[in-house]
Design a protein around this ligand. Structure first.
Ligand SMILES: N[C@@H](CCC(=O)N[C@@H](CS)C(=O)NCC(=O)O)C(=O)O
Length: 265
């Protein structure tokens, strides 16, 4: 019996199950692409699986389990395959869980950083990639909106459309007010990203008695969740902005990106 893994290649958090499955060579996985660019994560079928409309989702029918966020997904997949990505030591487990909370709390800014621009110049550089993606999502919501009778669901689609139209408008530099609001939002996210990077550097420094990973010498779920975040930040801001001046994070990232499972990011 296979386990269904709902994923989308460019998604940040959907990389988590892919990294684990590749790392541990977990068999019998059925990857199902949920195309976020078409808002497929808002289809009626997907909303039944995860009303929060996010990926990754894992469905293990045989075990009667549906997991709808990447922390739960990662713990489930690890448990199912021998718990090798979870430390044995209780203190290290606490440390790992603390890092997972940090990555998924207020510092979870990889997606808003990607979809917003920092300045007029950044807006010019990103517009041709971001705006068609957003317009495509609107077409997806409109399609689902036309097909639903449920008032609450209609409202939810309408809100998504409205918020996305505002974001598209902010990419038009002549809308100076909306553009400025987006640049401020981007900057607030960037400050949180910098804060997170400094905390990761500090964690590696505290641990730096020769340990290779965030929680000691073994690759754990903390590393699985950190890797796609670093990859995303580098994609947006470039390697120097992320790893420059953070020597421990630089050698850490060199280590995780040299692992065979990194190709799934
Ligand atoms: N806390 C959730 C966040 C998942 C999340 O934000 N996933 C993004 C993709 S990386 C998503 O599905 N976004 C929905 C959308 O773009 O509509 C988790 O860790 O699974």
């Amino acid at each position: 019996m296979t386990v269904d893994v709902y994923t989308f290649p460019p998604s940040l958090w959907a990389a988590v199950p892919r990294l684990i499955i590749e790392e541990k060579n977990i068999p019998d996985i059925n990857y199902i692409t949920t195309d976020l660019s078409k808002a497929e994560n808002f289809s009626p079928e997907f909303l039944k699986l995860n009303p929060n409309h996010t990926i990754p989702v894992v469905v293990d029918e045989q075990a009667n389990k549906t997991l709808t966020d990447s922390i739960a997904v990662s713990k489930y997949l690890d448990e199912k395959s021998g718990n090798t990505l979870t430390p044995k030591d209780k203190h290290q487990v606490d440390q790992m869980n603390g890092l997972l909370d940090l990555l998924h709390g207020t510092h979870d800014v990889g997606n808003p950083l990607f979809f917003t621009a920092a300045s007029d110049q950044d807006s010019d550089a990103k517009r041709a990639m971001v705006v068609p993606f957003l317009k495509n999502r609107i077409a997806g919501w409109q399609h689902y909106l036309a097909a639903t009778q449920d008032e609450a669901t209609k409202q939810m689609y309408q809100q998504q459309i409205q918020a996305t139209e505002q974001l598209i408008a902010a990419y038009d530099k002549s809308n100076t007010q909306q553009a400025a609001t987006m640049y401020n939002q981007h900057d607030a996210c960037w400050q949180l990203a910098l804060d997170l990077l400094d905390m990761l550097e500090a964690t590696l420094k505290t641990n730096d008695n020769g340990s290779a990973y965030l929680v000691g010498n073994e690759y754990t779920l903390a590393d699985v969740h950190t890797t796609p975040v670093l990859a995303r930040f580098i994609l947006i801001k470039g390697e120097d902005a992320i790893l420059g001046g953070r020597p421990l994070l630089k050698s850490y990232y060199d280590r995780v990106r040299a692992k065979p499972n990194f190709k799934t990011i």
